[in-house]
Design a protein around this ligand. Structure first.
Ligand code: NAD
Ligand code: DAU
Length: 351
């Protein structure tokens, strides 16, 4: 079996569902169930014996050691993190705790477990650490896209904490020989995305008749990757990646934020027109910019294609249509995650 951490979050849960849709290999899912973790996403696995869920912290070394000893996974895939840049600006401490200290404890537990393995089990063991393109900092308009050798220049408490975790992972390979792989990915989107991030927030706000808050001038550029493509990239790196190597994962879809918001509005105009006949784009509102807002990210994912034959299956046009349709068909999931503490966050961030 494999151990997945953070498997109740957006990408982790998509990965869990995708994994169990492709293979019968069991999966142990360790997730703390913070505000971002949602066990509802995994309801379809309730009676699936291949999925074992444990609520717990990657920073709880004793728990992780016990789980490793009991279940003897052949691989660990680490998604667990605090992941929202705006929240890291309001309160960085959880980011330091989970992304740095938590990753450190996880690495220590995995190192001890791996040291006790023998023969093929030891040789085949892998730990894959999921990271972000934000560790590379911000690009100018005409700069070439980030490659795996781009220098680290993180600008937010979130990206700095992810950068620190990447360095720890790298050091555990270099110093102890721990068989690690790291992936640095661009902005994901797709089903089960918590509506604090740009794409799901815009869909949910548009349908609720609320303003669509675009930070600054809306010309910040991100590369967008459909989450299922990210899942297939991780499976491929886990299967065939070179130990100690880093792989950039991207969708080859660089777009300014305002274009993303207009694309969502156009799809909603087509699929769920407003009753007054106006376009959802009339709800767009420019708001105060994010402090230290990175201007542009762009990922060069050619190493992954060249060495491991991976490329994304979705274009932005196909992926965003699937995403908008998913939100239109999954009201109950949205209602469930947008109650209670979610409302407090929206109030704090946007008023
Ligand atoms: P998310 O915030 O949706 O989910 C994070 C999950 O981790 C949640 O289920 C949460 O409960 C869990 N978690 C948090 N702290 C934990 C802890 N201490 N112990 C155990 N579980 C804990 O995040 P996501 O968007 O799914 O991102 C997953 C990973 O991918 C993160 O490492 C993130 O940095 C990285 N990443 C995300 C994106 C993106 O666009 N979302 C892009 C590149 C990289
Ligand atoms: O690049 C990968 C990163 O992508 C991941 O490492 C992070 O975990 C993930 O959250 C994401 O970070 P971003 O900051 O790019 O994502 P977010 O959806 O928060 O914002 C995307 C862009 O949209 C960013 O330029 C800020 C802008 N934005 C966001 C929100 C929530 C707005 O203009 N208005 C908004 O209300």
């Amino acid at each position: 079996m494999i151990l997945v951490t953070g498997g109740a979050g957006f990408i982790g849960a998509n990965f869990v569902l995708d994994w169990l849709g492709q293979t019968d290999e069991a999966l142990l899912n360790l997730d703390k169930l913070t505000y971002a973790g949602n066990i509802d996403t995994l309801r379809s696995l309730d009676s699936d014996p291949r999925h074992l869920f444990v609520q717990g912290d990657i920073g709880d070394a004793a728990l992780v050691a016990k789980l490793l000893a009991e279940h003897k996974p052949r691989a660990v895939v680490n998604f667990a993190a605090e992941s929202h840049v705006d929240r890291s600006i309001h309160g960085p401490e959880d980011f330091i705790q989970t992304n740095i200290v938590g990753t450190f404890h996880l690495l220590e537990a995995v190192r001890a477990y791996w040291a006790g393995l023998e023969g093929e089990a030891r040789q085949n063991f892998r730990m894959l650490h999921v990271s972000t393109d934000e560790v590379y900092g911000s690009l100018g308009k005409d700069d070439p896209a980030f490659t795996e050798t781009h220098r680290y220049e993180p600008n937010s408490p979130y990206s700095a904490s992810k950068a620190a975790s990447d360095h720890l992972v790298r050091a555990y390979h270099h110093t102890y020989g721990l068989p690690v792989l790291t992936t640095n990915c661009s902005n994901n989107y797709g089903p089960y995305h918590f509506p604090e991030k740009l794409i799901p927030l815009m869909i949910v706000n548009a349908l609720a008749g609320k303003p669509l808050p675009v930070y600054g001038d809306g010309q910040q550029i991100r590369d967008w990757l459909y989450v299922k493509d990210h899942c297939s990239a991780i499976r491929r790196v886990l299967e065939a990646g070179t130990l100690g190597d880093v792989y950039n994962v991207g969708g080859w879809n660089e777009k300014p934020n305002i274009e993303i918001v207009h694309a969502i509005c156009a799809l909603l105009d087509e699929l769920r027109p407003r009753t007054d006949g106006a376009s959802y784009s009339t709800q767009i509102t420019y708001v105060t910019d994010r402090p230290g807002h990175d201007r542009r990210y762009a990922i060069d994912a050619s190493k992954l294609q060249r060495e491991l034959g991976w490329k994304p299956a979705e274009t932005f046009e196909t992926g965003i249509r699937k995403t908008v349709q998913w939100y239109l068909e999954n009201n109950a999931w949205v209602d469930n995650v947008t109650s209670g503490t979610y409302r407090k966050w929206i109030e704090k961030q946007y008023t």
